[in-house]
Design a binder for this molecule. Structure first.
Ligand SMILES: NC(=O)c1ccc[n+]([C@@H]2O[C@H](COP(=O)([O-])OP(=O)(O)OC[C@H]3O[C@@H](n4cnc5c(N)ncnc54)[C@H](OP(=O)(O)O)[C@@H]3O)[C@@H](O)[C@H]2O)c1
Length: 361
């Protein structure tokens, strides 16, 4: 890359705006834009927050368009997925410790179109429809018209999915894959219990576990019972009326997407595992003592944190294209309504995913 590409380019308008952590060189600079490449504005609309706070802390404003460096891509975001980690971070929890400066832009999931690639023969050249994750768990930034993304966290958007649907996939489906495939090693005859099965991660986890042949039990609330059966759960348990330990036992693996946040779900889960069974928790901060408790109960336990791997996302994309796995989008909000989207997410009853629409598809 030429030194020209690495130099900072700022118009007076852009310089007047507060620079987010991701701001850098603009490849849209008329002098180094490749022939035929789309025009990239120097400033863009983004959802920012100025300090940790309630959902109402989110506001839409103009910020400098971020600039890719070396192997990074610049993507025009069409839709951005909303995840619990976004809301936790906005509230001062989650990965808020990694925020380098305010105003800061949230958001890891996106679906959009490549507007700048590092070189012409790159696997995702300009114009490619892609979905993926912004640098996780560091900077975020998908609640914006443009996002800088690492090549390795991107895959081609499944052709069968709209951008809105695709934006609901990456973080939740990669987490489900990590839990079900890489950690539980789901297989024929294995008995898996999934808590929080109706949410973003859960609805993918149910489908993947069933796809790989496991016998799936799932906890959810009343309105989702028949839906989760359709997605592949053999046993569905209404957590609002029934204690799961009265229905299931001797399971090989518990995938816990609720943890001890609600109803001591984590602690109670240890009693339904077979001796030596495996407890896996995704809300990793919800129960710091899980490992000792599991050891005392004679079962194995581990936490899990998502890995934003584009290769795995491409595999998930093929399952989505074939119809073997589906994404369910519960609610769609405009970018300017990100605060309402967070308020909805924080109710804690999302079925599948919440997505923000950002630009034209
Ligand atoms: N470690 C990681 O890398 C990682 C990655 C992704 C997510 N997570 C964490 O995992 C958790 C789930 O994420 P998500 O995106 O799936 O959340 P989500 O989309 O908000 O879904 C949560 C689901 O849990 C259900 N639920 C609530 N209380 C329940 C209970 N007592 N028993 C069973 N189900 C219950 C809710 O529906 P009802 O209230 O209608 O039952 C809702 O469908 C979050 O804490 C998130 O931060 C961690």
């Amino acid at each position: 890359m030429s030194p020209d590409r690495l130099r900072r380019f700022r118009s007076p308008r852009a310089a007047a705006l507060a620079a987010p952590a991701t701001a850098g060189t603009l490849p849209s600079n008329a002098t180094d834009r490749e022939p035929g490449a789309p025009e990239i504005p120097e400033v863009m609309r983004a959802v920012v927050f100025d300090a940790p706070g309630e959902a109402t802390a989110l506001r839409t404003t103009a910020v400098p368009t971020p600039a890719p460096v070396l192997s990074e891509l610049l993507v025009r975001v069409v839709a951005a997925g909303v995840n619990p980690i976004d809301a936790k971070t906005r509230a001062g929890r989650g990965v808020s410790g990694a925020i380098e400066q305010f105003p800061s832009t949230l958001g890891y999931d996106f679906s959009g179109v490549v507007v700048h690639a590092p070189y012409e023969t790159h696997p995702f050249p300009v114009g490619t429809e892609v979905f993926g994750m912004t640098p996780f768990p560091r900077s975020g930034g998908s609640y914006a018209q443009y996002a800088v993304v690492p090549t390795l966290s991107v895959a081609r958007k499944p052709a069968a999915l709209s951008h809105v649907e695709a934006a609901g996939v990456p973080l939740a489906a990669l987490t489900a894959w990590g839990l079900v495939v890489e950690t539980a090693h789901a297989h024929e005859g294995q008995r898996i219990l999934i808590h929080g099965a109706s949410g973003g991660v859960g609805h993918f986890a149910v489908q993947l576990a069933a796809y790989f042949g496991a016998h799936v039990s799932a906890t959810c609330s009343t309105r989702n019972l028949s839906w989760l059966r359709e997605l592949g759960a053999s046993v569905v348990i209404d957590h609002t009326t029934t204690r799961f330990e009265d229905v299931v036992g001797d399971v090989d693996v518990v995938i816990d997407l609720v943890g001890n946040v609600h109803d001591d779900t984590g602690t109670r889960s240890l009693s339904v595992l077979r001796p030596g069974g495996l407890y896996i928790v995704a809300p990793t901060g919800s129960w710091p003592g899980y490992a000792h408790a599991a050891s005392d109960a004679g079962v194995r336990a581990t936490a899990y944190t998502v890995i934003p791997d584009g290769g795995t996302l491409a595999t998930i994309g093929r399952l989505l294209d074939s119809g073997a796995v589906q994404v369910y989008v519960d609610r769609v909000f405009g970018l300017d309504d990100a605060a309402a989207a967070h308020a909805e997410l924080e109710q804690g009853h999302t079925r599948g995913k919440i997505v923000l629409t950002v630009g034209e598809g």
